[in-house]
Design a protein around this ligand. Structure first.
Ligand SMILES: *Cc1c(COP(=O)(O)O)cnc(C)c1O
Length: 430
């Protein structure tokens, strides 16, 4: 019996679905899930010794690849001095300064332990600052598993959200309005009608949790203008895009100034860290200075902070973002070639080192309803074929791929070959 199969039985007996987070169960690709033992640079190794080029990067944090020596060294040094103090530490100040340097609009940052917590806290702050209750989110954007953001739109353009998870009372989501992406008119109309009651508008400025739904600049500009006009705060959820697509994320790339930014993933360098940031006038309304309560036993712990500092310092190398761009472009070109060579309908959306191959014809989707079921149908078999050929792709067609500074041209080319051969193998069996 393989180690993965042995662990699978034990995992499924001990943990719901055998996982700590649902997508890991490989359900969307008719799995069996595989258990990983090790990560080295651009590669992961499973418990049976199989090696893969990693295109998942732990879902975003690993912009330097696995176990980067500088990060391992920093974490090891921090660990020797104690895992957590429950008091402020030097590493925390160091990371705070590094984060704020990359987001010049912000003057203060508060650390938490996950992206979910960052979003939950930022929304609470927005409500505290404005004294308003309602919030707006967009269909297809994911902001963690906080109750009042586990919401889907109903029918019609501007809708009160309905819970997208059991266990979330409709009363909790009644204050969340869900609007379509890429629709300036629907948004403007909604703000005209309800803007005075809206505390904040939250968006992934580069929506990357339901494919990669690239938004036109005009759409983000309209959000900024309407929020300013109506006194609502604009929150950019940069948990994926922050430090990834540019040092200052989509805030930097878009040239827009949000009121608050949420971050996670890369900011912890592979440790559980999130944060939210903004101007002093709003951030100082968080406790202890202000009346908006938010706290955390392990928040700002020295080990997570050390991993974040080391990661951002390595990224400071002058060519790191150019390198990410080059590897991303190479992977995009290779995947497009593979689609073309095998006669498979599809497209590859990309921003820097974030990519999404959608397996449907026509334009690359920009909104959630544009994603069609046919894409997912081919993805399951493709995932199995690609895995067999030594490339670790996300086990869901809705998830993006990431490359890191550890990926070489050869790693990218190996992944492309796996996808090309995988697509050909799928064609042969239909
Ligand atoms: C991953 C993610 C979150 C949630 O972060 P967790 O650390 O998983 O809680 C929130 N927002 C966005 C945009 C994300 O990609």
């Amino acid at each position: 019996m393989s180690n993965s199969r042995d662990l699978l039985g034990r995992a499924q007996r001990a943990m719901p679905g055998g996982v700590s987070s649902p997508v890991r169960a490989f359900g969307a690709v008719q799995g069996p899930q595989i258990f990983l033992a090790r990560g080295e640079g651009a590669h992961v190794v499973d418990v049976d010794g199989n090696r893969y080029v990693d295109l998942v990067g732990s879902w975003g944090p690993l912009i330097l690849g696995h176990a980067h020596p500088a990060v391992v060294e920093a974490v090891t040094r921090a660990v020797r001095d104690g895992l957590t103090f429950g008091a402020t530490c030097r590493n925390e100040v160091e990371l705070a300064e590094r984060v704020l340097r990359r987001f010049p609009f912000a003057e203060r940052v508060r650390f938490v332990n996950s992206g979910t917590e960052a979003v939950m806290s930022a929304v609470r702050l927005a409500r505290g600052v404005t004294g308003r209750s309602r919030i707006v989110k967009f269909e297809g954007c994911y902001h963690g598993h906080v109750d009042n953001l586990l919401v889907k739109g109903g029918s019609g353009l501007a809708t009160f959200g309905t819970p997208s998870s059991a266990g979330v009372p409709a009363e909790f989501t009644a204050l969340t309005d869900v609007l379509p992406l890429d629709d300036v008119e629907a948004f403007t109309e909604h703000m005209r009608a309800h803007g005075d009651a809206i505390a904040c508008v939250i968006i992934e400025p580069m929506p990357a949790n339901a494919g990669l739904l690239l938004q036109r600049p005009e759409f983000l500009v309209a959000l900024r203008e309407q929020c300013t006009a109506r006194g609502a705060l604009l929150i950019f959820d940069e948990v994926i895009s922050g430090f990834r697509v540019a040092p200052g994320g989509m805030t930097e790339l878009s040239g827009l100034t949000p009121d608050l930014v949420t971050a996670g993933k890369i900011v912890g360098g592979g440790m559980p860290v999130g944060c939210y940031l903004g101007p002093a006038a709003s951030m100082d309304q968080v406790a202890p200075l202000g009346g908006v309560y938010q706290a955390g036993t392990l928040s700002g712990n020295p080990v997570g902070m050390a991993a974040g500092v080391a990661t951002l310092d390595v990224l400071d190398a002058p060519d790191s973002y150019a390198q990410l761009e080059a590897r991303g472009a190479r992977l995009q070109a290779g995947l497009l070639d593979a689609l073309h060579a095998t006669g498979t309908a599809g497209s590859v959306a990309r921003v820097g080192s974030v990519l999404w191959m959608s397996l449907q014809d026509g334009d690359t989707p920009r909104t959630y309803p544009d994603i069609r079921a046919e894409s997912a149908a081919l993805y399951g078999p493709l995932h199995r074929e690609v895995l067999r050929r030594g490339t670790w792709m996300a086990p869901s067609s809705y998830e993006v791929a990431f490359v890191s500074t550890a990926h070489t041209d050869a790693d990218v080319d190996a992944a492309v070959s796996a996808v090309r051969e995988g697509l050909a193998a799928c064609e042969a069996t239909v």
